[in-house]
Ligand binder design. Structure first.
Ligand SMILES: Nc1ncnc2c1ncn2[C@@H]1O[C@H](COP(=O)(O)OP(=O)(O)OP(=O)(O)O)[C@@H](O)[C@H]1O
Length: 454
């Protein structure tokens, strides 16, 4: 006899045969199974019914191969219900696409043609997770928890010393400059310092200066008054004011132009901001933490960065070592990410194979912890057995190291991937410079790095 699991399932697939077969199977296992052939009905259904899991086809007929329409529907569902559990239904050979979709917010995927037991188990898992999360968020909202911090993993002498210093200086209000390559954890360290400081009940405001256009710079940081310029229809509070009594983290400080450096210096000297269009100074009390991946001393020596501003921001300098300089941390980090992603994606994988450990320690991780994190995430999603092997983790990373030029024909995605790799190589992994060269914003480049698992 079949067990009927409590759970409301919605299946959306425009193939009538698939729909019929899936419905017949699932009705024997779940308490409610709705089905829909027309994806246009998705918004109505998702808004009006509370499904525990949605089984969504990725390959609607309008766009059979790329899954683009499936991605659009996935986005729409998550816009309407950010905590919806969506399992993708996708044709054989689409594993790459399914991986991307999981990164985009789906909870799992099932390949067509499906194995009955696998399909039921996947949906059952998704339902249980969703119900657990709903429970957890209910009890979470009853407690006044401030700041759910991600831990900083690392046991190497270099990291121990750094974390020790960070803990000591966190208690003071000294300005801190964090130096380190892309992906070494500068943002994470800045949050950590804020959490350890007496300001931890107050806001932590993160500003990516590298992503701010010149026109936005002042209004974003200092705010503006209504009518200050054509688009200023309302008063706007700037990021400094938002951070009042808390900490402000200015990332990519090495990327601002000399005139803006002068404006920032004035604010730091006066401890007050003046909104665009106003002449009234507003006092602000913030703890300043800055970061850059550039050689800022050298920039100052070349008069590209103001020496007086540098003196203001680097009362304490913390240097985050590159991952290749703290080999001892690689396995610990890999195991940490393995634990996170096996849980997130419900995978049975639990170990790093010995051969993988050796290769990971030998590899030089130009993208640092971020690269390691993405490599493990992807490997976990694709994993089949209990342990991760070198081929799972290094499948793409190895390609990155090859100096593959544009000899791959006219596959647009492949060309884009190659161009990104070349730009990163040219600027030694500096995201801001590479983004500039490619004509992309930093955020857009990050999205592509994620997409191509670079
Ligand atoms: N020591 C660590 N322990 C756990 N996770 C880490 C550690 N270092 C970095 N990470 C993770 O790696 C990713 C990149 O880290 P983060 O964004 O802090 O780097 P960054 O140096 O600020 O990068 P960028 O210069 O490109 O902005 C994040 O997901 C972060 O949580």
């Amino acid at each position: 006899m079949n067990t009927i699991h409590p759970g409301k399932v919605l299946i959306v697939d425009d193939d009538a045969d698939v729909l019929r077969a899936a419905r017949l199977l699932l009705k024997r296992h779940f308490s409610q199974v709705d089905f829909e052939k027309n994806p246009q009905k998705i918004p109505y259904l998702v808004t009006n019914f509370d499904y525990d899991v949605i089984l969504l086809d990725m390959n609607f007929t309008r766009d059979l191969s790329s899954g683009k329409e499936g991605f659009e529907w996935l986005d729409k569902i998550l816009d309407i219900k950010p905590d919806a559990a969506v399992v993708l239904f996708t044709a054989y050979g689409d594993v790459e696409m399914a991986v991307r979709a999981i990164k985009a917010g789906a909870v799992d995927f099932v390949l067509k043609p499906w194995e009955n037991e696998k399909l039921i188990a996947t949906l059952q898992h998704a339902i249980e997770n969703k119900q657990e999360q709903t429970q957890a968020s209910k009890s979470f909202s009853n407690k006044a928890v401030t700041g759910s911090e991600n831990p900083i993993i690392g046991d190497s002498p270099a990291m121990k010393e750094l974390l020790d210093t960070a803990a000591r200086v966190a208690e003071t209000d000294a300005n801190i400059l964090i130096l380190g390559e892309n992906g070494t954890g500068k943002d994470l360290l800045a949050r950590h310092i804020h959490q350890l400081s007496h300001r931890n009940g107050q806001p932590f405001v993160n500003v990516d200066l590298g992503a701010l256009s010149e026109t936005l710079f002042e209004s974003e940081l200092f705010g503006h008054v209504k009518g200050a310029f054509t688009d200023a229809r309302e008063d706007r509070t700037g990021r400094f004011e938002e951070a009042h009594q808390g900490s402000i983290f200015l990332d990519e400080i090495g990327n601002i132009t000399l005139p803006f450096q002068a404006k920032l210096l004035t604010v730091l000297q006066n401890r007050s901001i003046t909104k665009v269009g106003s002449n009234k100074a507003v006092p602000v009390d913030v703890r300043l933490i800055c970061a850059t991946n550039r050689n800022i001393e050298q920039m100052a020596a070349q008069h590209l960065f103001r020496q007086d501003l540098l003196y203001r921001i680097n009362t304490i300098e913390l240097h985050l070592p590159a991952l290749r300089e703290r080999q001892e941390d690689i396995v610990m980090l890999a195991e940490y990410f393995l634990g996170i992603y096996r849980k997130k994606y419900n995978r049975p994988v639990a170990f790093l194979h010995d051969t993988l450990v050796t290769q990971m320690e030998q590899y030089d991780w130009p993208g640092n912890v971020r690269e390691l994190q993405h490599a493990i995430e992807r490997a976990v999603i694709l994993s089949q057995g209990k342990s991760l092997m070198p081929k799972d983790v290094f499948m793409k990373s190895n390609n990155n190291n090859n100096d593959k030029s544009m000899d791959t024909g006219y596959n647009l995605e492949e060309m884009e991937r190659n161009m990104i790799n070349q730009a990163l190589k040219k600027f030694n992994g500096n995201i801001t410079e590479a983004a500039k060269e490619l004509g992309l914003s930093r955020a857009a480049l990050y999205r592509r790095l994620e997409k191509y698992n670079i």
